[in-house]
Write a protein that binds this ligand. Structure first.
Ligand code: P6P
Length: 374
């Protein structure tokens, strides 16, 4: 019966988030509404990414001119879909996208006031209210929806990998906006420690959405027959230590001392333990997802060519660092805890070392000892 119950008791992402949000009676469903629009964007992109391959092969109607170049436009199409979905949620004030040079300030008319009828358990309501007729154990509360959000996202990270069918993904981070009628770049250039939620959706052999709202990390897999993301990886915890390191060895000649030393130790362990395996896909969402599930460390260090590394703070480093910490791992920039960075500009970059707690500790120790010794 348990297996049967499991099969019919579908824990969709929306239901899961509603359960989590019910722990915050002050939340008026705004976050759930925002998330449902992000989920809609992910479903659209999943379908488009899957079709893109076919379009190139069989020239689907409307895609006949697809040759590489059209597929590359998937990131532009994905961006349009996410921007429209986020604006139409009525819960966002400002958006930052990898595809847009400037922040997108949502038309104030679309940030409007919403009166949300809520049926709450009487214990959750401070001011006694009349019980409703239909639900005698609930009270009807008409509340002004007050929460508004800033969303930073990369609509299709790793899109150069589309043509060869390598997994790519959407990455997003969500902040609360202080005053929705007076939104400034201050609301965007916040440290990652202020993030309320973060996640990614990986478009690969299956479509997997990994999300944290600050209470741990959960993974959901899209069931195309239902069009729903179903909870398949509850309460993901990254192994404390891993056997995999993930870095682009092609940049080795430009690495600084601590990174070079760390990679050296992965290949030629000094304690006689077996060498670690190198796995590098070159698509951040895929490399981070493997690291989260199997353990290990993902590195995108600074180097002489790019002193701040390659990955962007607001919509790559922060969301992935938030998830790693929520899963029991950590994220480091070479100088500090990644989430404590204070970005000065929208598309700032930062080096990042993230993954299993002990593995990141190792590279932190190297940076501490080698930078002290000059
Ligand atoms: P490199 C993809 O272009 C991306 O932004 C990330 O998804 C990925 O981790 C990184 O760049 C790969 O960069 O320099 O190793 O090719």
């Amino acid at each position: 019966h348990a297996a049967e119950a499991q099969r019919t008791d579908l824990m969709t992402i929306t239901r899961h988030v509603l359960n989590e949000q019910s722990r915050h009676p002050e939340s008026r469903g705004d976050f759930t509404i925002l998330l449902s629009h992000i989920v809609l964007g992910c479903k659209f992109v999943a379908a488009a990414v899957n079709k893109a391959g076919l379009a190139k092969l069989i020239g689907l109607a409307g895609e006949t001119n697809v040759q590489g170049e059209e597929q590359k436009k998937l990131d532009v199409l994905s961006n349009e879909v996410f921007v429209k979905a986020l604006v139409s949620s009525g819960r966002t004030c400002v958006l930052v996208s990898e595809e847009n040079e400037e922040a997108i300030f949502v038309d104030p008319a679309l940030r409007g006031k919403f009166v949300n009828p809520l049926l709450l358990h009487p214990d959750l309501v401070k001011v006694p209210q009349r019980r409703t007729v239909a639900f005698p154990d609930r009270v009807l509360v008409l509340s002004l929806s007050l929460f508004r959000y800033c969303v930073c996202f990369d609509p299709l990270d790793g899109s150069s990998n589309i043509d060869c069918g390598v997994s790519i993904g959407t990455i997003f981070g969500i902040y609360m906006v202080k005053d929705k009628d007076n939104v400034t770049l201050e609301d965007v250039l916040q440290p990652g420690t202020n993030m309320l939620a973060a996640g990614y959706c990986m478009y690969g052999s299956s479509c997997t959405l990994v999300l944290s709202t600050g209470n741990g990390v959960n993974g959901f897999t899209l069931d195309p027959s239902l069009g729903e993301f179903i909870l398949t990886h509850p309460n993901i915890k990254i192994p404390r230590k891993g056997k995999i390191y993930s870095v682009n060895e092609g940049n080795a000649k430009n690495w600084d001392g601590p990174t070079a030393k760390f990679v050296e130790k992965c290949k030629y362990p000094e304690d006689g333990s077996p060498p670690r395996s190198l796995r590098y896909i070159g698509s951040m969402v895929a490399d981070v997802h493997r690291t989260l599930l199997y353990g290990g460390i993902f590195l995108y260090p600074a180097d002489q060519k790019s002193p701040n590394g390659k990955l962007r703070v607001l919509y790559e480093v922060f969301p992935m660092s938030f998830l790693m910490e929520q899963a029991g791992g950590q994220a480091f920039t070479g100088k500090q805890r990644a989430l404590e960075l204070a970005p000065a500009k929208l598309h700032d970059r930062s080096p990042v070392f993230l993954g299993s707690y002990d593995d990141v500790e190792e590279i932190k120790a190297l940076y501490a000892s080698m930078s002290n010794s000059g």
